[in-house]
Design a protein around this ligand. Structure first.
Ligand SMILES: Cc1ncc(COP(=O)(O)O)c(C=O)c1O
Ligand SMILES: *[C@@H]1O[C@H](CO)[C@@H](O)[C@H](O)[C@H]1NC(C)=O
Ligand SMILES: *[C@@H]1O[C@H](CO)[C@@H](O)[C@H](O)[C@H]1NC(C)=O
Ligand SMILES: *[C@@H]1O[C@H](CO)[C@@H](O)[C@H](O)[C@H]1NC(C)=O
Ligand SMILES: *[C@@H]1O[C@H](CO)[C@@H](O)[C@H](O)[C@H]1NC(C)=O
Length: 456
């Protein structure tokens, strides 16, 4: 099991598979409270994450199926990946002497960035074919969240005008307005739906965030503001083959990626930006320098380890395309495993939804995925659920103790839409489906809901 891990610059990464140690680690980590990023309305949930332990096996208390237990499908915690890493991952240990310095030992790219991580990022994109990295600058941050802030700064700091308007087409990722206005910067401010953004004001400059496949609705998007003076940030957190067909290598000025949606390691908080312009890249690095003095080197090492492992697994299968149709030996491959899991979940959800009249889901086009060498479709990390008979979809789901994220947080006034996570644990997903099935069968037609549903 030591194969791919011990080479290259991170030679300290040693396999760590002793059962006892895992159990000790489990006990320690269980003491730690988990605070989930940007989860505005946290609630107790079935999945009580068990970092360092064996999540799907340990979490088996039967009371969790009680009808009053809360299913938290509100936020996008990617624990769907846990079983894969539990089954196929190689553990790593970082020796106490390692990463003591602020600076990485190689220091060729940036004193704060592990060279090996940048190499691994390039080889992951080469493997998947989802982004151009040649002659591009790579910046590491604490999740793509920190890099988004760094990009806002870089695009606005030399602008003399009043705060630059930041826009994104509705429905947009609910954290964008929060992250934009949180620091009450004099440089930039949230201005809402990019579709409504007046082209007359584009001369003053603006920032448009383009997210594809889009959170929450899974659509493939392009910039919509018609202006020449705008800065574009492409948030490609979900542009991986498990979620959507990879049609060509993305090539935009600023592209953001995240370990959390690539491999599920949200807790490592590793994200990266691929940036064309050197000045923009330098300003982004400066922001990260003053903000956190770089991402934890431990997290960088872990990210590099995960990426090297994934690339190694695929390189043993030759070169792309890596065909689907899971045989016994390709469930060991990250993207194949994640694709199958998501496809299966989406099929179950769609079967349920089409069997009744209460809900509808977005349809997604087929496209040729260059990575799999087959025609695939989008299986987003979230379902953008529409209630066809009820006035308020989030409220309806609350009535069966499912927490979802209502449309208003994505800039949509129509409460018939709500977002549910498809990347929660299997156990929670199973309960989620059974509760939706209950609703599916009972249609509610009071006067209030009839009146409001015909409005749109
Ligand atoms: C569209 C989008 N961008 C960015 C992020 C943040 O990712 P990270 O964990 O890298 O900060 C998320 C997380 O849910 C997301 O959905
Ligand atoms: C953008 O605006 C210009 C000038 O008003 C117009 O000629 C052009 O057709 C517009 N393009 C799009 C894509 O709307
Ligand atoms: C996955 O398994 C199928 C069926 O056994 C096979 O045709 C395909 O080539 C495999 N893909 C990879 C990447 O190994
Ligand atoms: C949903 O409701 C329809 C009738 O309204 C029923 O035929 C179907 O079996 C239900 N589906 C599920 C999964 O419960
Ligand atoms: C679903 O609806 C049918 C007919 O309306 C009813 O006979 C059946 O008992 C219902 N099932 C559930 C689980 O509510």
């Amino acid at each position: 099991m030591s194969g791919p891990v011990a080479q290259s610059c991170c030679t300290f990464l040693v396999p760590w598979i002793t059962k006892n140690r895992i159990m000790v680690c489990l006990l320690l980590v269980n003491l730690v409270l988990i605070f989930l990023y940007f989860d505005v309305r946290q609630s107790s949930s079935l999945s009580s994450p068990n970092p360092g332990g064996k999540p799907e096996e340990i979490n088996t208390d039967s009371s969790s199926h009680a009808p009053d237990s809360i299913i938290n499908a509100d936020f996008g915690d990617p624990v769907i990946f846990e079983p894969y890493w539990l089954e196929y991952g190689i553990d790593m240990a970082i020796p106490a002497w390692h990463s003591i310095s602020y600076l990485s030992s190689h220091r060729q790219i940036s004193p704060l960035i592990e060279d090996c991580l940048v190499d691994e990022i390039r080889s992951v994109h080469r493997l998947v074919g989802n982004a151009v990295t040649q002659n591009r600058h790579i910046i590491i941050g604490a999740g793509s969240s920190q890099l988004l802030q760094a990009a806002f700064y870089a695009l606005s700091v030399n602008d003399q005008s009043p705060p630059l308007k930041v826009v994104s087409a509705c429905p947009f990722y609910s954290a964008y307005p929060l992250m934009t206005d949180f620091v009450q910067s004099k440089l930039y401010e949230w201005a809402g739906d990019a579709m409504d953004f007046e082209s007359t004001s584009t001369r003053d400059g603006y920032i448009e965030i383009v997210n594809y496949p889009n959170n929450p609705d899974g659509t493939i998007r392009h910039a919509v503001v018609n202006g020449s003076s705008g800065g574009l940030i492409h948030d490609l957190a979900y542009y991986w083959p498990q979620y959507t067909p990879i049609t060509s290598p993305a090539d935009h000025d600023i592209m953001l990626f995240s370990l959390s949606k690539f491999s599920g390691h949200a807790g490592s908080r590793a994200g990266w930006a691929i940036v064309k312009d050197l000045k923009v890249a330098q300003l982004m690095s400066k922001h990260i320098m003053f903000n956190t003095i770089g991402l934890s080197r431990d997290a960088q090492a872990r990210a590099a380890h995960i990426m090297r492992y994934v690339v190694h697994q695929y390189s043993q299968k030759g070169s792309a395309p890596y065909r689907l149709k899971t045989g016994p030996d390709n469930t060991t491959l990250l993207f194949h495993h994640a694709y199958d899991t998501l496809e299966h979940r989406w099929k179950e959800l769609r079967d349920l939804v089409v069997s009744g009249a209460r809900f509808t889901l977005q349809d997604y086009p087929l496209a040729f995925c260059t990575f799999f060498g087959e025609t695939t479709t989008t299986h987003p990390a979230f379902a953008w659920l529409k209630c066809e008979q009820d006035r308020d979809c989030e409220e309806l789901l609350n009535s069966v103790n499912i927490r979802s994220r209502g449309a208003h947080l994505f800039g949509i006034l129509d409460p018939q839409y709500t977002r549910i996570s498809m990347i929660l644990s299997l156990k929670e997903f199973t309960v989620l489906l059974s509760r939706l099935a209950l609703l599916n069968n009972s249609s509610q037609t009071n006067c209030e809901s009839m009146e409001l549903t015909t409005k749109r």
